[in-house]
Design a protein. Structure first.
Length: 649
């Protein structure tokens, strides 16, 4: 079958009669055409990467191969499997790629067990370089599929002192796992997620034997964007796959020959490396686990805490070993599972279950040995010092705008049901009484008196009301300064209001203050240094530089961090440098969002997972540490409220 692949706008008519025309880097422009990689140009440009031209050609070839593999059904072949594919690809340097034709055909025939004939024509993809491209400082590339092998690989690479740029092919059901893994390892890794999105008219072939070539092409594209690559260095490209499954030996006669996948087979990887060397693309493919089984990978993982937590093994409260654990590589689809021949539908599944069994059993045994002691310690600790008055596990949300949720009473009720400790901050003094009413009957909700810097110019007339209410609360927030360009016109008003608030807090004997400092860390710290009697400053979602952070620590500031802040590499870097005994968790909901959804107070648990990875400990230990931090804060901060009947907690 003759397949021609080229970017949109290419003259397919000049190529003659193709059985299938495929548009690369765009959607099909007419009925009867296929497409592949429609979102890739936007994704690369959005990441501000500037790859090598040969890397773009290699990606075009890989997209074309995956498109042909997806669009041509094996059922129509004479033997029901082997296809004859004549592939033409538009590239920027057709003469060079024609010289590599034999090598490319050899690896494709090994990879998919089809008969490939490849040719090239002029008309490669045009990429608009970003105005200010990022030359990333990472020292290697690691392919992150969302499976257990790639997870362990990334953990080991970071544990050995490297800083990988992780790259993923987005597959159905894997995107969220990939994002979680990348954000949880090593304090957060730079992450590129791409989707080949190959489609064609009619029913698509589901065997996907060519899928690894596009994954490798993504990795090469990212490698050629690194600063080290531009400096002439060769970039390690890690393909982390246990050696047993990479070779994929036949377990029954029905799996002999073409029926075994070869996506990470050492023969294919060596042929692909030869192609990279011929093209001058300085990426070196490495599989550190080529001589290991999956069980050996798991038990030998350099950092067991994130491996166990992210794999879902620790999450089983009843110590059951699931038939399909969270990251076991289930067959990719029902259609693929049905392709098994000769009654071999269960052999691979048995291996998938058996390989990590010893590791999971060791995890459960370790958990059982310590769970009783830890449970008694945790229960006793909370019964004698519970922050919300409840004898159960607590989560602390130290900066949340309860009154601004669409259903504030419903959110407050659920916080009470969960036993959360919530600091409900306000943005204006006039909002304080109504927000404090949300805490009625909820022992764990506290209400802070606020004057948000973004509203200071509009609500400066409420300063006398702030002074009037201050005696009734132990907490003040949200207050501070905002140096964003949209608020610079009101900078003098912000300074005046914030200075007045600090003076008032000092006169009242000090308060616990939740402070906003976006693009204004220096000015905020200047005022805190000159108002040492104002109380204990807790910098909410701190985003200053490292020098500002060091200064804030010396001033005696505390910090509240949340899932939205910890999603960014910069946020995780700052959190890792903050004193662990001065960190609290927050949601900043409903303003803070993830994937367009407002964060809820109980979602601060997600921050515990990231901090656990940063601190190289368990989420339970982090939760206990955060509770201890809040207890310590409440002990050192004076409570000088008026003890009258309207006083808020």
């Amino acid at each position: 079958m003759n397949v021609v692949c080229a970017p949109a706008g290419w003259d397919f008519g000049a190529q003659g009669n193709a059985d299938l025309e495929v548009i690369l880097y765009s959607h099909a422009d007419r009925a009867g055409r296929g497409s592949a990689g429609a979102s890739i140009l936007r994704a690369i440009h959005r990441a501000r990467l500037d790859p090598d031209p040969h890397a773009w050609d290699l990606l075009s070839i890989a997209l074309a191969v995956v498109a042909a593999d997806t669009c041509l059904s094996r059922d129509t072949s004479p033997d029901g499997w082997t296809r004859e594919i004549a592939l033409t690809v538009a590239v920027s340097d057709p003469a060079f790629w024609a010289s590599q034709r034999a090598l490319l055909e050899q690896q494709l025939r090994f990879l998919t067990t089809d008969l490939w004939t490849v040719s090239f024509t002029d008309g490669g993809v045009h990429y608009d370089q970003p105005t200010k491209p990022i030359l990333a400082e990472e020292d290697c590339i690691s392919l992150l599929s969302g499976g257990m092998d790639s997870l362990v690989g990334a953990i080991d690479i970071v544990s050995h002192g490297k800083r990988p740029f992780v790259v993923s092919q987005v597959a159905q059901g894997d995107k969220e796992k990939q994002t979680l893994f990348a954000s949880s390892i090593g304090g957060g890794l730079r992450h590129l997620q791409l989707n080949h999105d190959a489609n064609a008219p009619g029913v698509n072939e589901r065997s996907q034997r060519a899928r690894s070539i596009i994954f490798l092409a993504y990795g090469v594209l990212a490698a050629s964007s690194l600063k080290r690559y531009r400096d002439g260095q060769r970039i390690p490209l890690y393909v982390c796959e246990n050696g047993f499954i990479a070779i994929n030996p036949a377990l029954t006669p029905g799996r002999l020959g073409s029926l075994s996948t070869r996506t990470a087979h050492p023969v294919f990887l060596s042929l692909f490396q030869r192609l990279l060397d011929e093209t001058g693309l300085r990426a070196r493919i490495e599989n550190p686990y080529a001589l290991k089984t999956k069980g050996e990978m798991l038990t030998g993982c350099a950092d067991q805490n994130p491996a166990r937590r992210l794999s879902g093994v620790e999450a089983d409260r009843h110590h059951k070993i699931p038939l399909w654990p969270a990251l076991e590589e289930r067959p990719r689809s029902r259609a693929v599972r049905r392709r098994a021949i000769g009654g071999d539908r269960r052999g691979g599944c048995t291996v998938r279950r058996a390989r990590p069994l010893a590791w999971r059993l060791s995890v459960v045994a370790t958990h059982r040995r310590h769970s009783a002691v830890q449970g008694r310690r945790a229960t006793g600790h909370r019964r004698t010092g519970s922050l919300s008055g409840r004898g159960e596990s607590e989560v602390i949300d130290f900066h949340c705008h309860l009154d601004l949720y669409p259903d504030p009473h419903g959110v407050a009720a659920r916080c009470a049901d969960h036993g959360l400790y919530v600091l409900s901050v306000t943005t204006t003094p006039s909002a304080w009484r109504g927000t404090a009413a949300l805490a009625d009957g909820a022992q764990g909700i506290r209400t802070a008196l606020g004057m948000h810097p973004q509203l200071a110019h509009e609500r400066a007339a409420e300063v006398p009301l702030f002074d009037e209410l201050l005696a009734q609360t132990r907490y003040v927030g949200e207050i501070g300064l905002d140096g964003g360009p949209e608020f610079t016109a009101h900078w003098s008003t912000q300074l005046a209001v914030f200075t007045h608030v600090l003076d008032a807090c000092a006169r009242a004997g000090g308060r616990i203050m939740s402070i906003h400092s976006r693009r204004a860390a220096t000015a905020v710290l200047d005022l805190l240094e000159s108002h040492t009697g104002a109380g204990i400053p807790v910098l909410h979602w701190f985003s200053g530089n490292r020098r500002d952070l060091e200064r804030a620590i010396s001033v005696g500031c505390w910090f509240s961090v949340g899932p939205a802040m910890l999603r960014s590499g910069r946020g995780r870097e700052l959190a890792a440098l903050m004193p662990r005994d001065r960190i609290l968790t927050e949601s900043d909901g409903p303003f803070a969002q993830i994937d367009g959804a407002a964060l809820m107070p109980w979602q601060v648990r997600d921050a515990l997972l990231v901090l656990a990875d940063l601190w190289r400990t368990s989420a339970a230990d982090v939760e206990n540490a955060i509770q201890d931090n809040l207890k310590a804060l409440l002990k050192i901060a004076p409570d000088t409220r008026d003890p009258g009947p309207v006083t808020a907690q």
